[in-house]
Ligand binder design. Structure first.
Ligand SMILES: *Cc1c(COP(=O)(O)O)cnc(C)c1O
Length: 429
């Protein structure tokens, strides 16, 4: 008897002829010997075998057999199976963080001297990985594009382009890229595509079905949802994920702990419920902000007035709870810059805009100040906080941001309480 028959894993969670809905998939669990409704945490570094022959056989299928938990752990594999079925992927691979998943995915496609095309408003550490690490260390050439038009990508393609890296909606101003069109362009040139789908989750956006090769999520946001884990996942074809498994995953070693995978399984069961509430509340909050006299603009793909609303509705089936908005700088600052009452904060004095932003953030009582997003709790953050020492107007302008720019993660509290908190803080701007 083998000590860990792979047959103890549940059979495929869904079948193509009769696909289950996400809500059902995420609550499914194949039985174990005791019919446990919640799967056990295999808190093991290693697994033992009955004989020389048994462990030798196990090595023949290392990727799919529990031998050592850096490579394969049953609790982690259970979470990967649920995630893959949910996202419509052949396989999922969990990592210690979103950045571990992203860096493993990017490294997989690159070789020294090749070229990457990346969206300019990608998550900050991804830009740092490309510009400050891969470029100087491995001579990875790079082009950055706004990403709203497919032609921008076409214009950047070179003979040595190996990867197009997308994030839609992107960090900062939530600009979208047309995933199907960019995937088709890349395929025609033999270029791989990767997209960060953290904002939408697989519930609201299905990049693999649109032709993208590799989908990545930070599970530290909505998939985890309770602000208690750091994790990341890659999703794609079995061939691609197995290749990443035996190279970037096992060799760089950024594996997720069994306990974290178990927390993730726990969280996924309520993801559709949580996302429905995030979406409903975010739309109410965004609508209130968009109509408020002290708010210059709201960046939320779910709003009817969003510049790419048509693409948003074509490409996504719903909208999550993270948005941006910009405070109007004070009338005094607006007049000083000759922009009047309708100033959007960009042309006004940087210090005045920062002071207004600071008053607003410090006036919030319920909504807490913090990085990250996608948890049960509502959070505010201002990009200017990260640039305290060098509040460089040019850097802000290059990113399309302003010192009066806010990022709001709408959590699961009662929306009436959130709106009241925002309104009382806006009074003090
Ligand atoms: C947080 C985040 C990441 C990185 O995830 P970690 O789990 O923090 O490493 C990547 N992409 C986006 C869009 C994020 O918000």
């Amino acid at each position: 008897m083998s000590s860990h028959p792979p047959s103890s894993y549940p059979e495929s969670l869904s079948c193509p002829e009769n696909p289950l809905h996400p809500e059902t998939l995420l609550c499914q669990r194949g039985g174990d010997a005791f019919g446990a409704v919640v799967p056990p945490i295999y808190q093991n570094s290693l697994f033992t075998f009955e004989s020389w022959e048994a462990i030798a056989t196990a090595f023949e299928d290392k990727i799919n057999t529990p031998i050592y938990s850096r490579g394969h752990n049953p609790t982690v594999v259970e979470a990967e199976r649920v995630l893959a079925a949910f996202a419509g992927a052949e396989k999922a691979k969990l990592f210690a963080s979103g950045m571990a998943a992203i860096s493993a995915g990017i490294l997989h496609f690159l070789q020294p001297g090749c070229h990457v095309i990346c969206v300019r408003n990608a998550y900050g550490p991804v830009l740092a990985l490309l510009e400050q690490y891969l470029l100087p260390k491995f001579n990875i050439e790079q082009s950055f594009v706004g990403g709203a038009e497919v032609e921008e990508f076409a214009a950047c393609i070179r003979d040595n382009t190996r990867l197009i890296y997308l994030e839609s909606p992107a960090s900062g101003l939530f600009g979208l890229q047309d995933l199907a069109a960019i995937a088709a362009l890349a395929k025609a040139h033999g270029i791989a595509t990767m997209v960060d789908n953290t904002w939408a989750t697989p519930l609201f956006q299905r990049p693999l079905a649109l032709g993208i090769d590799l989908e990545v999520h930070s599970c530290s946001k909505y998939l985890g949802g309770h602000s208690d884990i750091i994790a990341g996942v890659l999703l794609g074809s079995a061939a691609l994920l197995d290749a990443i498994h035996s190279r970037e995953f096992e060799l760089l070693g950024a594996r997720i702990a069994p306990m974290e995978a178990w927390f993730l399984l726990r969280s996924l069961r309520t993801l559709p419920l949580r996302m429905a509430r995030h979406q409903q509340s975010a739309l109410a909050v965004a609508s209130m902000l968009a109509a408020h006299p002290k708010v210059a603009r709201v960046d939320y793909p779910g709003l009817a007035g969003f510049p790419q609303a048509e693409l948003a509705r074509r490409q996504m089936s719903g909208f999550s709870g993270l948005m941006g908005f910009r405070l109007k700088a004070s009338l005094k600052a607006g007049l000083k810059a000759g922009l009047g009452d309708g100033a959007d904060g960009m042309g006004t004095d940087v210090r005045d805009a920062e002071a207004a932003a600071r008053r607003f953030v410090n006036a919030l009582k319920l909504i807490r100040i913090g990085v990250s997003w996608g948890g049960h709790e509502s959070l505010i953050y201002a990009p200017a906080i990260g640039y305290q020492k060098e509040l460089d107007p040019e850097r802000f302008a290059a990113l399309g941001l302003s010192p009066a720019q806010m990022r709001l993660s709408v959590g699961l509290e009662h929306v009436g309480d959130l709106i009241a908190d925002l309104q009382q803080a806006l009074e003090k701007v």
